[in-house]
Design a protein around this ligand. Structure first.
Ligand SMILES: [Ca+2]
Ligand SMILES: [Ca+2]
Length: 370
């Protein structure tokens, strides 16, 4: 975008500097109480984004942004907007406004410091443009330990920008053979997706670098972004916080006796028709005589599992959708952990062993549609 530097004689509505959008304005709240005002012409129905980069470029500014009509009446304002991709910044102080222009005319944009501070270091970059829809993809956690041949769940957070609401396809890029991703389709509007990575049956001497990309069609163009690894940190106040990691790694471990490679036999995504769908899973005969229990992780409200049965190498169960909660068009991934009630420890005097609920691992993510 074209860049522009403020004149510093723009501190009232009457002295508003005329700009042409799209533009990035480089300016500063150079003294306490400074207010920078810009004006531009726009037609009814256009959508305009005004976004401040201040804290995110290490400026002390706590921006406050207002859009006003030509008479100075405030139409919309914003102080702080949360950007989940901005790492360690604890006070997200940058402003963001998505504005639909109500009628043809001149509009004013005004930026100031919300706390009334100022100085030459209170610099900002203010983007005023038509929406530039885009997305950022962040994976948590940034290190996955996977028994060879097994699957492990992780999350991808989707940070949607400037109104981008579309679907995204996630896939492995240039990974060693045998790795696979399940549940790599991000439905419209979704901001987090649970999926699984399946490891090959051989082990590796050192951690394997994970490389995942996401692509989407935006305004007729294919946009591709790599997935950025992060850790979910819990702040003392407020929500969790995504802190970028330097590496994104899978450690493929020698499987223990309890780790059972399991694969879904159904065609995916699985259509839940009539409120229910049967899932068939190929498992090891080692599980054939055990009592199997399933747990749905972070279950979508209204989805449950029932009729769990195991016979020879086949584990079957039904996904049930409550039609008062699950609506047509529902699309998500189901993450299922498999447990057995297994004998542990030595036999007692009667020859019985105590039983304990033991995790046997995760199924590959099951994408479902309703
Ligand atoms: Ca200024
Ligand atoms: Ca602010």
């Amino acid at each position: 975008l074209p860049e522009y530097t403020e004149s510093r004689s723009n501190n009232s509505i009457d002295n508003a500097e005329r700009i042409t959008i799209p533009v990035i304005i480089n300016g500063a709240i150079e003294k306490p109480g400074d207010v920078d005002t810009f004006k531009f012409d726009c037609v009814a129905g256009s959508e305009i984004v005004a976004e401040v980069y201040g804290r995110r470029i290490d400026s002390p500014i706590d921006s406050l942004l207002r859009i006003m009509d030509r008479n100075g009446k405030v139409l919309v304002w914003n102080d702080d907007s949360d950007d989940k991709a901005s790492g360690l910044i604890t006070h997200q102080a940058d402003s963001y406004i998505y504005f639909k222009v109500p009628e043809d005319g001149t509009y004013l944009v005004q930026i100031s410091d919300a706390q009334g501070y100022g100085g030459d270091e209170y610099a900002y970059r203010l983007r005023i443009s038509y929406p530039l829809p885009d997305f950022t993809l962040i994976a948590t956690p940034s290190a996955l330990n996977i028994p060879a041949g097994c699957s492990i769940p992780f999350d991808i957070h989707i940070i949607r920008r400037d109104g981008f609401n579309g679907t995204i396809e996630l896939y492995l890029k240039d990974m060693p053979e045998g790795f696979s991703l399940s549940g790599g389709y991000v439905p419209q509007g979704k901001n987090i997706i649970h999926l699984t990575l399946t490891a090959p049956i051989q082990t590796f001497d050192s951690p394997v670098a994970l490389n995942i990309e996401g692509k989407a069609e935006i305004n007729g163009k294919t946009i591709v972004h790599p997935v950025i690894p992060a850790e979910n940190m819990i702040q003392a106040f407020g929500p969790t916080h995504l802190v970028p990691s330097e590496s994104f790694l899978a450690m493929v471990l020698k499987p223990g006796f309890r780790n059972i490679p399991m694969s879904i036999l159904n065609n995916l995504p699985l259509k839940i028709s009539g409120g229910t769908a049967e899932v068939q899973v190929k498992v090891s005969p080692r599980m054939a005589f055990e009592e199997v229990m399933l747990e749905l992780k972070q279950p979508p409200d209204g989805i449950s599992l029932e009729d769990v049965a195991i016979k020879n190498n086949l584990l079957t169960f039904r996904i049930k959708a409550d039609n008062t909660k699950i609506k047509d068009g529902f699309t998500d991934n189901l993450i299922v952990e498999v447990f057995t009630n297994s004998p542990v420890g030595p036999k007692d005097e009667k020859g019985n062993r105590t039983k304990q609920k033991i995790s046997r691992g995760f199924l590959p993510a099951i994408p479902v549609i309703y």
